[in-house]
Design a protein around this ligand. Structure first.
Ligand SMILES: *Cc1c(COP(=O)(O)O)cnc(C)c1O
Length: 366
C-alpha cells in the first residue's frame, strides 16, 4: 500500500537529530516556557519574516487567541463580521464563532480552490471588520485585490497559515502578509511536531503582547491577571523537535514540489481535473487535490490498487450539525469541491517509483 502520508518515515528522515533534541529536554528538567521555545519563536519569526512569534498549544488556539486579542484591544466587538472562505477546515470558523463574531462565508474559485477575491467586496457591510484568508492546500490565497479591499474598508487581514508553511507571495512568506497569522504544527502539516503545537506571527507589538498574556492565563506578570485568559503553551519537547525540522522545511517543501510537478506533468485522464498550476514558490503542496465527478468510485479503485487517498473535506462547515443555522445556504462551488475532491499521496518522503505508480494507476481509471 502506498500510504497517503507516512509520519513514521517523515520522522525517521531526521531521527538522530530529533532523538538528540528530545533527550536534551528530558535531561534538562525544564519542560515548559524555556530555552527551546524561546529559540523556536526567534527562529520561526525570522523564517516567516515578522517581528514577533508566540508559540501556543495548537492551530485552533492560535486563531482563537488572535480574535480574542483583537477584542481585548478594542478593535473587534461582539457581532462584528469576519469574511472567511466557505471551503476551509472547521477550525478557521470555530475561531470566529467562539469569540462571538459572525463568519461571512465566501465561495472559492474552483480552479484555485482559494477564496474568490471578486466576490469579497459584495459581502462587505458596515459590520465587517476583518478578512481571514486561508492558504488552503499549501497555496497562497492572498491577492493584491484583497490587500486593496483591506485598505479601502479598513479591515484587519488575518491569515490562517496552517497548511502553507514556507509558501511565498513575491518576496514575502505567507504568515507575514497580513496583520497577523495563525499557524498549526499538527504532525501532518508541512512543519509538523510530534503532537500538538501552534504559533501566532505578527509585526503588531501590542497584539503580540496581548496574545502572549492571553495564552498564559491572561497574565504578563506572575499572579497578576489582566484578562480572562487560557492555558495554551507550546511545550519544550515540541519546540525542540520543531527547531530541528524548521531547518529542513524548505528542502522538504521542494521534495513536495517535485512530487507535484510529476503529477502535473503526467496525470492524463479525461475524467480527472487538476487545479490550475501556480508558480512553485506560491505553492508548498500541503495536499495535492484532484477532482472527479465519480470521486467515490475513483477512491475505491485506488484503494483496490494499493493507493491510499483522503478527502479534504467531505462535509463543508455550513453543512455540519454544529452550524445547522447555515445548512440551507447555497454555496455551490464549496459543495462541488466537497463532492469531487480527492487528495493524492504527497510528502517529503515519497519515493519516485511510488509517485510513478500513483500516476500510472490514475491514468488507467475509466
Ligand atoms: C490544521 C488546521 C487548523 C487547526 O490546527 P490544529 O493544530 O489542528 O488545531 C486550522 N486551520 C486549517 C486550515 C488547518 O488545516
Amino acid at each position: 500500500m502506498i500510504p497517503f502520508l507516512s509520519l513514521k518515515d517523515v520522522t525517521a528522515k531526521y531521527a538522530s537529530e530529533i532523538h538528540e533534541a528530545v533527550m536534551r529536554v528530558v535531561d534538562s528538567g525544564w519542560y515548559l516556557l524555556g530555552k527551546e521555545l524561546g529559540s523556536f519563536e526567534t527562529n520561526y519569526a525570522n523564517y516567516i519574516g515578522t517581528k514577533y512569534c508566540i508559540g501556543v498549544a495548537n492551530g485552533l488556539d492560535a486563531l482563537t487567541l488572535i480574535f480574542q486579542a483583537y477584542k481585548e484591544c478594542g478593535i473587534l466587538k461582539d457581532g462584528d463580521e469576519v469574511i472567511v472562505p466557505a471551503n476551509t477546515y472547521i477550525a478557521s470558523i470555530l475561531a470566529i464563532t467562539e469569540n462571538g463574531l459572525v463568519p461571512v462565508l465566501v465561495e472559492p474559485k474552483f480552479d484555485t480552490l482559494e477564496i474568490d477575491d471578486e466576490v469579497i467586496e459584495s459581502k462587505i457591510t458596515p459590520r465587517t471588520k476583518a478578512i481571514m484568508i486561508v492558504h488552503l492546500y499549501g497555496r497562497c490565497a492572498y491577492t493584491e485585490k484583497i490587500g486593496e479591499l483591506c485598505k479601502r474598508y479598513n479591515l484587519k487581514l488575518v491569515e490562517d497559515n496552517a497548511q502553507a508553511h514556507g509558501c511565498r507571495f513575491g518576496e514575502k512568506r505567507t504568515g507575514s502578509i497580513g496583520d497577523v497569522a495563525g499557524h498549526s504544527f499538527y504532525p501532518g502539516k508541512n512543519l509538523g511536531a510530534l503532537g500538538d503545537a501552534g504559533a501566532v506571527t505578527t509585526n503588531d507589538e501590542v497584539l503580540a503582547q496581548t496574545i502572549r498574556s492571553l495564552a498564559n492565563y491572561g497574565s504578563s506578570k506572575k499572579y497578576v491577571f489582566e484578562y480572562c485568559g487560557r492555558n495554551s503553551r507550546l511545550d519544550e519537547i515540541q519546540a525542540a523537535v520543531l527547531n530541528v525540522k524548521l531547518k529542513y522545511l524548505d528542502e522538504d517543501n521542494s521534495c513536495r514540489q517535485q512530487v507535484a510537478a510529476y503529477y502535473y506533468d503526467n496525470i492524463r485522464n479525461p475524467f480527472i481535473t487538476l487545479p490550475t498550476r501556480m508558480l512553485d514558490e506560491n505553492n508548498v503542496y500541503h495536499l495535492f487535490p484532484i477532482f472527479c465527478e465519480r470521486r467515490d468510485e475513483l477512491q475505491q479503485y485506488l484503494t483496490e490498487q494499493g493507493v491510499q487517498t483522503i478527502i479534504h473535506y467531505p462535509i463543508p462547515p455550513h453543512k455540519q450539525n454544529c452550524y445547522n443555522e447555515w445548512n440551507a445556504i447555497p454555496l455551490p462551488i464549496t459543495e462541488k469541491i466537497a463532492r469531487e475532491e480527492l487528495s493524492l499521496p504527497i510528502s517529503p518522503v515519497m519515493e519516485k517509483n511510488m509517485v510513478e505508480y500513483v500516476v500510472e494507476t490514475i491514468n488507467k481509471f475509466q
